[in-house]
Design a binder for this molecule. Structure first.
Ligand SMILES: *[C@@H]1O[C@H](CO)[C@@H](O)[C@H](O)[C@H]1NC(C)=O
Ligand SMILES: *[C@@H]1O[C@H](CO)[C@@H](O)[C@H](O)[C@H]1NC(C)=O
Ligand SMILES: *[C@@H]1O[C@H](CO)[C@@H](O)[C@H](O)[C@H]1NC(C)=O
Ligand SMILES: *[C@@H]1O[C@H](CO)[C@@H](O)[C@H](O)[C@H]1NC(C)=O
Ligand SMILES: *[C@@H]1O[C@H](CO)[C@@H](O)[C@H](O)[C@H]1NC(C)=O
Length: 252
């Protein structure tokens, strides 16, 4: 009994050490990775730890608010292209539901991860919902299934990335999922990463000029939210994955 305990302790130490050595560090002020529908903390294939959204005991960790009518669910399909974390578990919502992340002021990347599948007997075509973040509508009557189908890619998962600024006096980033009438909402994973000042949203005296049209410029103030449509590595030879973003913002 005693030696078993020592043995377990040894294994625990060994695994903890390995975990510390291989985990991708967060170089930004905040990095949240929430694995929705999971009750344990799991590592994704790029060596990042995702916190299960079932427990919310740490005050500095994301908390589930309005936990009314949501439930955890496993995807009923198993696709070889789909990584386990964060895609094989989801939280599904029958009514409005808010995740609340404690954050500092400044700009944040919000990345939303979807795997359209059957969850708790609800077909992937039954999910239509809106997502808002601190007053910004990120998407409305959104169908991850229709969006992913339209992309015609062998990978059935979908990642949406947004940039939202947190004003000085706000300490909570509330991300709300609201099903359309007679529909459901779902989410597999949520990532929140803070950004340096003035990366894309900047001082008003520095307008953004287009490469192919120097005459036209746009000014994006802090009240503007952005959605990433394309990100191009200019002059780059190959795709740069999130973990290889040297600035630590996990941009792909
Ligand atoms: C968390 O997991 C427990 C046990 O699996 C379950 O009873 C509970 O409903 C879950 N909580 C949420 C918010 O999903
Ligand atoms: C999802 O699958 C895991 C592993 O098989 C299981 O432990 C868990 O209870 C399942 N969750 C739900 C909500 O069915
Ligand atoms: C976020 O949610 C909390 C708790 O419900 C609320 O007090 C706060 O005003 C919300 N913040 C925003 C910007 O909506
Ligand atoms: C959402 O989109 C679906 C499919 O296009 C449509 O049938 C439905 O009426 C829309 N619902 C709302 C509330 O716009
Ligand atoms: C990150 O970059 C290194 C060196 O170029 C490369 O070997 C590795 O495969 C990249 N990682 C990912 C996940 O793309």
């Amino acid at each position: 009994m005693h030696s078993l305990a020592i043995c377990l302790l040894f294994f625990h130490l060994l695994f903890s050490t390995i975990a510390i050595e291989t985990q991708q560090p967060c170089k930004s002020t905040e990095c949240y990775l929430l694995n929705c529908g999971s009750s344990s903390n799991l590592k994704s294939s790029d060596n990042r730890y995702w916190e299960g959204d079932n427990h919310s005991s740490f005050s500095d960790q994301p908390k589930i608010l309005e936990a009314g009518s949501s439930s955890a669910s496993n995807a009923s399909e198993k696709d070889p292209f789909v990584p386990q974390v964060p895609f094989m578990t989801a939280r599904i919502f029958l009514s409005k539901f808010t995740y609340s992340f404690p954050v500092t002021s400044g700009q944040k990347f919000i990345r939303l991860y979807f795997y359209p599948a059957t969850y708790s007997g609800h077909a992937k075509s039954q999910f239509f919902f809106s997502i808002t973040a601190n007053g910004f509508t990120l998407t409305k009557n959104f169908s991850a299934y229709l969006t992913a189908s339209a992309m015609n890619s062998p990978n059935p998962t979908l990642e949406k990335e947004f940039i939202v600024n947190m004003p000085k006096n706000e300490r909570l980033l509330n991300i709300t999922f609201n099903p359309s009438p007679s529909s459901y909402a779902f989410i597999n994973g949520i990532e929140v990463v803070s950004m340096p000042e003035n990366l894309y949203l900047g001082p008003i005296d520095k307008p953004i000029v287009f490469v192919n049209n120097m005459e036209t410029s746009i000014q994006l103030d802090m009240g503007t939210a952005l959605e990433t449509v394309y990100r191009v590595s200019v002059g780059g030879g190959q795709m740069i994955s999130g973990v290889n973003d040297t600035a630590g913002m996990f941009r792909t």
